[in-house]
Write a protein that binds this ligand. Structure first.
Ligand SMILES: Nc1ncnc2c1ncn2[C@@H]1O[C@H](COP(=O)(O)OP(=O)(O)O)[C@@H](O)[C@H]1O
Ligand SMILES: [Mg+2]
Length: 360
């Protein structure tokens, strides 16, 4: 990725990691506040972001099966394929500011994860176009180090407790200049910051081993990234699979992180109206294109001004999903057509009935 190739040191930290020992007192009692409250504000701009991939469409669909069965070598399969370009993202422009939550909304397959990967500099290959700027500069290693990315699928060890997971992670991820005790203190601070104290001695678990709840598990994933005290936190559908109360609690946590000056960019599949009103800015995607970017509170007004408004008061996020899926107005038109068809059918049927039963 050309975007994140340079090395920048906006506050003079060494390229090998922020050396806390030089700039700050080493008293361990100061460490948690040092790691959790100091925040280097990142203003993220994305200009005309696009992403295209080359997709090989095979002439015969069962190529993998035939390869497994040993019918024909691999190079013959690929030579029979025909490469096509597919646009995943196109012309997405906007910005995310410190202290704000930018929510990326859209139906499944609209490009939310791809867009978040683009913002985090994780897109591989030549298909990426557009510009991503952090504080008006191309993001360097320093910005990358201050970026936390919470993926949709948690990758955590099921047999470790929450506390063990976070201490293990802090020992691995924090700079060498911190002692083991200091790293443990950072992990403990993050545990309390994210409300995980109650379950700190519970194992993570998985579908076979009972562990923490889904909401707590998501919190552990966020805590995992919070250990490095990121200024920019990117989250891919952190509320998917959670009930509305757990989702609300999680977004409240994100809100409190934003209020500390962090820039939060999160994708959400179907947020409730209670969650929606906590978003400062909203980006609505449909098939990789931007339907709306702007303040969350102004989105409904914008769609009304261009002739799209719901027929009854509804959750804005649900309405945008209908628009992005192209099912806006589908229900009423469909019902009208169905009624007309039913009337015609009843009319024909009654005429037929009358003609067969009426004997003069
Ligand atoms: N590298 C890739 N190659 C082919 N198709 C891709 C690639 N990356 C994403 N896609 C396709 O792009 C679309 C958007 O994917 P994604 O960003 O995961 O959507 P969302 O997160 O909104 O569900 C999907 O149809 C997906 O299959
Ligand atoms: Mg996704």
């Amino acid at each position: 990725m050309p975007m994140f190739s340079g090395v920048e040191t906006p506050n003079g930290d060494s390229p090998d990691g922020p050396d806390q020992s030089k700039n700050h007192p080493r008293d361990p009692r100061d460490l948690p506040s040092l790691m959790l409250s100091s925040c280097y504000p990142i203003s993220l701009k994305f200009i005309d972001v696009g992403y295209r991939v080359k997709v090989e469409s095979k002439s015969k669909g069962s190529s993998n099966l035939r390869r497994i069965l040993g019918h024909g070598p691999d190079h013959q399969e690929s030579s029979s394929g025909n490469v096509q370009e597919r646009t995943i993202l196109s012309g997405i422009t906007g910005m995310a500011s410190p202290g704000e939550i930018l929510a990326v909304l859209g139906p499944s397959g609209s490009g939310k994860s791809t867009f978040l990967n683009a913002l985090a500099g994780r897109l591989q290959g030549q298909g990426f176009t557009g510009t991503i700027l952090a504080n008006n500069k191309r993001p360097g290693k320093q910005i990358m180090r201050r970026t936390g990315f919470v993926t949709q699928d948690d990758i955590l060890y099921p047999h470790l407790t929450v506390r063990e997971t976070l201490i293990f992670c802090s020992l691995l991820r924090l700079p060498k200049s911190l002692s083991k005790n200091e790293k443990t203190m950072v992990a403990e601070s993050v545990i309390s910051e994210l409300g995980l104290t109650k379950c700190e001695n519970t194992i993570i678990g998985n579908s076979f081993i009972r562990g923490v709840s889904g909401g707590e598990r998501k919190r552990v994933s966020i805590a995992h990234e919070m250990l490095i005290n990121p200024s920019l936190l990117i989250l891919d559908e952190p509320t998917s699979g959670l009930d509305s109360t757990a989702a609300h609690r999680l977004v409240l946590t994100l809100n409190s992180l934003a209020q500390k000056g962090k820039t939060i960019v999160t994708s959400m599949h179907q947020p409730s109206s209670r969650l929606y009103q906590m978003f400062d800015s909203v980006l609505v995607l449909s098939e990789g294109r931007c339907l709306y970017y702007g303040k969350g509170s102004e989105a409904m007004g914008y769609f009304e001004s261009v002739g799209y408004s719901p027929s009854f008061p509804m959750n804005p996020a649900d309405f945008f999903l209908d628009l992005a899926n192209g099912t806006y107005g589908f229900d009423s038109r469909f019902c009208l057509c169905l009624c007309c068809l039913l009337c015609v059918f009843l009319l024909i049927w009654s005429i037929q009935l009358m003609s067969t039963t009426w004997v003069p």
